[in-house]
Write a protein that binds this ligand. Structure first.
Ligand code: ADP
Length: 326
């Protein structure tokens, strides 16, 4: 298998803090091996529209600490069609690009797999998503930053909840996964954590709150994942207000602050490791794998299998929530 000589790097799909650190690692490792490295802007849209430029060591200076992505990210409908992918391939050929590193989520990897089957360009995936719901890796770039942002915000909400004896319902991100809710909820001492992976028992929550009201425990915190089966923070707020008309209930949707900000040390570290190993994969002639980390070792998963993973949450986690919040 031929080693590539010119590689392209892109960020695709949802953004996540730490993507810049991964870009930096790919560019500098590529240059270390004497490769030419190209930055492809706005994900697959940049491939289709030939928005591609050479990168050097200085292009990635001073970005390891920055959130967002200097290459920008986008969703690209044209790349979903064979005609769009043909245009993308012709543009890569024009620059002589013969290897790709894609930093993104499962959708971006699906696109890469299809593209690579059609045009025989090795594609290496790096998992970048705040939702953490990817098979074949213990970490995804951005989760640690997002969950720490949520923790800091919830701590602040608890202060004001305490001052007014309020019940706060805080909705956090994660799409259809509950990792951000579970981790941030445990770390902030939430009384209830509602996640899509388990069926929410509203009656149990109301009974718990009523019992706490009797004990004059007036400060309560409920953390809800945006994808929870209740429908999210606003819905839970409505239900609680209806059932407990005397409670002072407020809803806070944390929203996009969870996507931004300077990446944590952990996110910078895994992004650097994954970026380095993605280029190593290309140098070893690997085709179509996602670079993951499992038990602190690099783990290579065929892109075909790099799908969203529904976690079978360890029951112990949920038990911890119950016992510690009582
Ligand atoms: P994420 O990578 O965060 O899961 P998306 O699911 O939106 O984000 O995918 C990002 C991009 O990947 C899409 O806009 C599209 O260009 C490409 N993509 C996703 N699925 C496919 C597919 N089945 N075929 C071709 N391209 C795809």
């Amino acid at each position: 298998m031929n080693k590539p000589t010119k590689i392209g790097v892109l960020t695709s799909g949802g953004d996540s803090p730490g993507m810049n650190a991964a870009i930096r690692a790919v560019v500098r490792t590529g240059l270390h091996y004497g490769l030419e490295v190209f930055g492809i802007h706005r994900g697959y849209a940049g491939m289709v529209e030939d928005d591609i430029e050479p990168m050097n060591s200085r292009s990635v200076a001073n970005i390891i600490q920055r959130g967002g992505t200097i290459l920008k990210t986008a969703r690209c409908k044209e790349f979903m069609t064979p005609e769009g992918r043909k245009i993308a391939y012709d543009n890569l050929r024009k620059h002589g690009i013969d290897g790709l590193v894609i930093i993104g989520g499962d959708g971006s990897f699906r696109g890469a797999q299809i593209f690579s089957n059609e045009y025989d360009i090795p594609c290496i995936g790096i998992p970048g998503t705040i939702d953490k719901d990817m098979a074949g890796t213990d970490f995804t770039i951005g989760f640690d930053t997002a969950v720490n942002t949520a923790v800091r915000a919830i701590d602040k909400i608890r202060d004001t909840a305490d001052a007014h004896d309020r019940l706060f319902i805080v909705e956090v991100m994660g799409r259809d996964a509950g990792y951000i809710a579970l981790h941030s909820g445990i770390a902030t001492g939430a009384e209830h954590i509602l996640i899509p992976e388990t069926k929410t028992n509203v009656e149990e929550i109301i009974a718990g709150l009523t019992e706490k009201e009797k004990r004059r425990k007036l400060v309560n915190l409920i953390v809800v994942a945006e994808g929870d089966d209740t429908g999210g923070g606003d819905e839970v707020g409505k239900m609680v207000k209806e059932r407990l008309p005397n409670a002072d209930v407020r809803v806070c949707i944390l929203g996009h602050i969870q996507r931004g900000g300077s990446p944590t040390c952990l996110d910078r570290l895994i992004a650097s490791r994954m970026g380095y190993h993605a280029v190593e994969c290309l140098m070893e002639g690997k085709h179509n794998v996602m670079v993951g980390i499992v038990n602190n070792r690099m783990h290579y998963l065929p892109l075909d299998n790099a799908v969203k993973a529904k976690e079978r949450f360890n029951k112990e986690w949920l038990r911890i929530v119950k016992i510690l919040a009582s």
